[in-house]
Design a protein around this ligand. Structure first.
Ligand code: GNR
Ligand code: NI
Length: 172
């Protein structure tokens, strides 16, 4: 397993729509292993393949709190099936939008249809932080970031800050 570099805004790669995976083989599992290790190293609770530069529809999630009780979840070609009309608000962050946080509303519950690490078809009923995180990750597969839900002003301020940090090589 290898810790990969996480791509950060502004970067056009993050806007790419990821392609469906046609088979979960050795190569795909290798990418998911690297994604999980990269996510843990960065203290994240989720990661989409495009964040390490791989435009494939794969995400990993682990919302467990304790490091010695890890609960990794792998989703290949995830699709949201039933979105709750009731919304939940979470303060979201993104490893590709470093050190920026904002409250975002999303459906509180949803069903996710996906293929697991072993290639089997699954359905998961998710709610709370898990549902929020899965929706955040599936957005990445469509080239969407949480800052896209903010006002134009807030979004442009964040992008300006991130560009500045990039050009001066300072990470605040
Ligand atoms: O680590 C992460 N935390 C988080 C908190 C609230 C809502 C979504 C997330 S996902 C984020 C990691 C990440 O950028 N995944 O794409
Ligand atoms: Ni993210």
């Amino acid at each position: 397993m290898t810790i990969k570099k996480i791509i950060t805004e502004p970067n056009q790669l993050l806007r790419q729509v990821s392609s469906p995976v046609d088979k979960v083989g050795k190569e795909e599992r290798q990418i998911m292993d690297d994604m999980l290790e990269t996510m843990y190293a960065a203290n994240g609770i989720g990661l989409a393949a495009i964040q390490i530069g791989v435009p494939k529809r794969m995400i990993v999630v682990d919302i467990s709190k304790e490091e010695n009780k890890r609960e990794p979840r792998y989703f290949v070609n995830p699709v949201i099936k039933n979105k709750d009309t009731l919304k939940a608000t979470y303060e979201e962050g993104c490893l590709s939008v470093p050190n920026q946080f904002a409250e975002i509303d999303r459906p509180k519950k949803c069903d996710v249809e996906y293929i697991d690490y072993d290639g089997g078809k699954k359905i998961l009923k998710a709610e709370g932080l898990l549902a929020t995180c899965i929706q955040h990750e599936i957005d990445h597969l469509e080239g969407v970031l949480f800052i896209d839900y903010l006002s134009k002003l807030k979004k442009s301020m964040i992008i300006k800050k991130l560009s500045k940090n990039k050009s001066t090589r300072i990470v605040v």
